[in-house]
Ligand binder design. Structure first.
Ligand code: C2E
Ligand code: MG
Ligand code: MG
Ligand code: MG
Length: 281
């Protein structure tokens, strides 16, 4: 029932976007106000240790509670945000909120880190370091508790200045994940240059595992082995089923993320999964 409701909500939303005469210009104007007017919402999705099920990290995922169109997922507004440069203030807001939230949950679960997606546009900005250190500093979060998630396409255009900035972030202790690994037009040679700490294996490979697809299995196995050789941590993304869980665990991936372990949810829901229910109260 929830699935059906989700589907019809999606349909309504796209139909509204088409029919409500919300023009592109209006949507841009709306987006410009969204940060200031507090319309952005954060959700957090757990990343777990596959062997124990312990939550080790949580990824911050942004949503936009549009005053007329309802809750919009990133796919509906991030492309527009990237085209207009509004992605910069949006990501800065997400980064600050995510660091603040992580500082809160670490009071009860000090081992749980936070992962934040960073658009390519940030890598070109000299003030990236200041933005990131500002956010961790304001929250009182240790830099090693923050992972920045970057996509292959963002990294591949990496100039020397970009690599230098990433190296500086690493020196500060901040972790760097390559997101959606395997989906970009990447050359494996960039793995030698990017100071990454982890690879996130894209959902498109993981989702084909339980169909017994030998090529999907080989892909995940290869990425896992590659990561191991480069001393990188691995997160299998989009694990939905028990069979997918068993497959990524058998392959040797140490961490997983997906509906099998928890959907993206508001902070209180994440907090509830970090602390086992205390029956003595
Ligand atoms: P991502 O960084 O690869 O995040 C994972 C996406 O997969 C999320 O979609 C999450 O809800 C979804 N997902 C997680 N587990 C499962 C599963 O088991 N099955 C399925 N079908 N999906 C699963 P979401 O939240 O719609 O975000 C989409 C993308 O938007 C993200 O992909 C990321 O690239 C981008 N994004 C999200 N928040 C931000 C942000 O604050 N800043 C930037 N620059 N990008 C963001
Ligand atoms: Mg991500
Ligand atoms: Mg991803
Ligand atoms: Mg993805």
């Amino acid at each position: 029932a929830a699935k059906a409701a989700g589907k019809s909500a999606y349909r309504t939303c796209t139909r509204e976007l088409r029919e409500s005469a919300v023009t592109r210009a209006e949507l841009i104007a709306d987006l410009r106000r969204a940060v200031d007017e507090g319309q952005l919402v954060m959700e957090f999705q757990p990343i777990v240790d596959l062997a124990t099920g312990t939550v080790t990290s949580a990824e911050a995922l942004v949503r936009w509670r549009h005053p007329r169109l309802g809750v919009l997922t990133p796919a509906k507004f991030l492309p527009l945000a990237e085209e207009t440069g509004l992605i910069l203030p949006i990501d800065r807001w997400v980064l600050r909120e995510a660091c603040r939230a992580a500082a809160t949950w670490r009071e009860q679960a000090p081992w749980v880190t936070v992962a934040v997606n960073i658009a390519a546009a940030h890598l070109r900005r000299p003030d990236l370091i200041a933005t990131v250190t500002g956010a961790v500093g304001a929250a009182g979060l240790p830099p090693r508790a923050l992972t920045l998630e970057l996509t292959e396409s963002a990294l591949i255009e990496g100039s020397d200045a970009v690599l230098e900035r990433l190296a500086q972030l690493r020196e500060l202790g901040i972790r760097i994940a390559i997101d959606d690994f395997g989906t970009g037009y990447s050359s494996l040679s960039y793995l030698h240059r990017i100071p990454a700490t982890e690879l996130k294996i894209d959902r498109s490979f993981v989702s084909r595992l339980d169909a017994g697809d030998p090529r999907a299995y080989a892909t995940v196995e290869m990425v896992n082995r590659l990561a191991h050789a480069f001393d990188l941590a691995v997160v299998a993304e989009g694990v939905e089923t028990g069979a997918q869980h068993a497959a990524v665990a058998a392959i040797g991936c140490l961490h997983g993320q997906g509906w099998r372990y928890g959907r993206p949810a508001a902070l209180p829901d994440l907090l509830a999964t970090l602390t086992p229910a205390d029956v003595t109260h």
